[in-house]
Design a protein around this ligand. Structure first.
Ligand SMILES: [Zn+2]
Length: 324
């Protein structure tokens, strides 16, 4: 029987307090790379065990080694540098990548973290990357004459990483493109770049897109060359499901059912209601269930509680429908 309503996560989990402390100590030169790496592995192992305990089907490594989703890669790609602190939305500050030269990937950037996490579990762990369009959109470009040149150059870098993850055994590879929905006018460029990234890949490919104008990119987004789109719905109280009713959604979809920006833990009934509404728009075989976005801004306890209520709700729906 085809698996229905498999559960997963979008990518990041909160770092435990001991790791946040170690990261600041490391930034000040007080502890070594090796000391930090040991604690990152410890935190990764904790999150793998928690996901297994909760009963999730497809796991993530949790991104304990990453700060921001673009600077992590910028620091590992030759030709890219990172700026001083730049203000993003609200009062959050981050260091923005700067494209200073043609990008070169000298070695794999995420394979070691993937292999370690996968070695801890028999369940599949997703490979987790930031897509070329988002990498470019969230960077200063001081090298290329056009955005298209910059995006496509980054696409060849991410393509190599995808191939290395696949060779390392990744059966699911997620290439996040949250910037797509904020600039609908450039969707053709994002699609062209993703074509380079996923060409010939046999692993299931996924792209997480969030917090933008889904109506402006639908149905064109169905041409993004990935197998699954991972979208947030809880944040809009599932109202944006209606966008995807017509024309028919032709890919697999991961349906976000808990709001990552709220401390409040959803009730099981709320989550079940959201899943039922999604089942009114998508076929059961199309759907995976996950949180709206990465959970890194929640506390460890809140993240666990949100994942647990999600898993419990899925379990009950499957039982009610006779799917297990
Ligand atoms: Zn997101």
């Amino acid at each position: 029987m085809t698996k229905v309503l498999e559960t997963t996560s979008v990518g990041s989990f909160p770092k435990p307090p001991y790791l946040n402390k170690a990261r600041s100590a490391h930034a000040k030169g007080e502890i070594s790379d090796t000391e930090l790496a040991i604690l990152e592995r410890q935190a990764t192992a904790e999150w793998i065990r928690r996901q297994e305990d909760i009963g999730l089907d497809i796991l993530v490594h949790g991104e304990m080694e990453r700060g921001d989703m673009t600077t992590y890669f910028a620091e590992r790609i030759e030709g890219l540098d990172v700026s001083g602190l730049v203000r993003s939305y609200g009062n959050r500050y981050y260091r923005k990548p700067v494209i200073e030269d043609a990008p070169v990937r000298t070695k794999p950037m995420t394979v070691e973290a993937f292999e370690y996490a996968q070695s801890l579990t028999k369940r599949p762990v997703k490979g987790m990357l930031t897509g070329p369009y988002t990498m470019c959109d969230w960077s200063f470009d001081e090298y290329y004459a056009t955005r298209r040149e910059a995006v496509l150059a980054l696409a060849w870098i991410i393509r190599d990483e995808v191939r290395d993850l696949e060779a390392a055994g990744a059966r699911y590879i997620q290439i996040d493109e949250p910037a797509i929905s904020t600039r609908p006018a450039e969707i053709d460029l994002a699609i062209e770049a993703m074509g380079i990234v996923t060409e010939g890949v046999k692993a299931m490919t996924i792209s997480h897109i969030c917090y933008g104008d889904f109506a402006a990119i639908y149905p064109r987004i169905l041409d993004l060359p990935v197998d699954q789109l991972d979208l947030e719905f809880a944040n809009s109280n599932f109202a944006n499901l209606e966008i995807f009713r017509h024309p028919k959604f032709t890919k697999k979809v991961a349906v976000g059912v808990v709001d990552v920006h709220s401390h409040v833990i959803e009730t099981k009934e709320q989550v079940k209601d959201g899943i039922r509404r999604a089942l009114g728009v998508f076929e059961p075989e199309q759907i995976m269930i996950d949180p709206d976005c990465g959970l890194k801004t929640r506390t460890v306890e809140e993240a666990i509680d949100k994942l647990r209520v999600m898993a419990d709700a899925v379990g009950e729906i499957k039982q009610e429908m006779g799917w297990c």
